[in-house]
Design a protein around this ligand. Sequence first.
Ligand code: NIG
Ligand code: FE
Length: 422
Amino acid sequence: MQHADSIIHNAGQLVTCAPGGKPKRGTEMLDVGIIADGAVAINDGNFVGVGTSADILLEFQSDEIIDVEGRVVCPGFVDPHTHIVFAGDRLNEFELKIKGAAYLEILANGGGIISTVRQTREASVETLVDQSLARLDKMLAFGTTTCEIKTGYGLDTANELKMLEVIAELDRVHPIAVVPTFLAAHAVPPEFKESPDNYVDLICDTMLSAAWKWFVASDFHGRVPFFCDVFCENGAFSVDQSRRILETAKGIGFKIKAHVDQFTNLGGAKLAMDLGGTSIDHLDAIGDDEIDLLAKSDTIGMVIPTENFNAGKTKYANARKLIDTGCAVALSTDYNPGSAPCPSQPMAMAISCRYQKLLPSEALNAATINAAYAVGLGETVGSIEVGKRADLAIFEAQDYRQIAYEFGGDLIAAVYCGGVAV
Ligand code: NIG
Ligand code: FE
């Protein structure tokens, strides 16, 4: 018998989401890899055995044997697109939007992202860490065990580096594992309002190399990728500006992401795919020819239905078509103070099933294994497989579909990060 630090057994459904070494696309997204009466053995923070309870209890012995009494056990969620480091709130904007104001109109008038930039620039590292830890706690309570976090509320070298410091500290002190993304190209800051190309120069000539230097000296280096993202949209960055930024970033060593087609199809999806982007995010206005390209590429298509829900929209990105065309689709909360104040991947799944017509199986794969690939960690997290980090969520449910079926509540019974109950 092999020794294990712990064994978790008697899962009515052990939902592995095991992908076979690559993101799930098309009909593969229907398969969540259920083991009935399943169990896992954990050693040194990783899964060392995955199988039926009978097999695992025969193969492994442990002083810590946990009986989950028929509950559902799933991989911890990966939330592959968040903006959780920020100061202040956008409650006034919430009311403006209820009264009919549009997101891009608020941004053009110096509100929206820019109002969060003003407040974030004034906040200290300590304040930002405290407030962001509270947000990570909420995400953990809903089952998230890995998340991506973007900068983008500093918009000058010092404040973007300050945000990176906060992100690194969050990773050090919180059980959720963090992947950093540099999003200096989130909006044009007020001081460059009349000369946006000069801000693009600053990003390309100074900020990207400063961020990369920071990354190389950080704890992240060698463990996780460092992404560069742009908001390619009217009132933010054009395709030409996005190209300059992403090409420069790629030359330095960054992996590529892009906010594209959230409101307007400018051609950013094709640009990011041409550059070998890891993910393209939002995709509400993506065109049919771009969907065909996406299906043939290694880029993950990330949909963000929390944004549409928050804006009270009735139109959503056509995730059904993306999957039916053979794309690998991931799901995120986009947790941020403006367009999506939502810490819950189960809520994103619930919305996606109703408005984007994903089945619960597709939504679960999108929020776990495909989300892991969307942050470059498909080989280490996002599914329950031998060798992966032992991140899992235990639900007060007998059927995994209940995670998307119920909404507004919390079915979590326990969450494990790296084999430790948190
Ligand atoms: O993904 N679109 C740009 N960025 C975020 C919103 C950030 C904010 O409004 O503060 C998004 O929706
Ligand atoms: Fe975003």
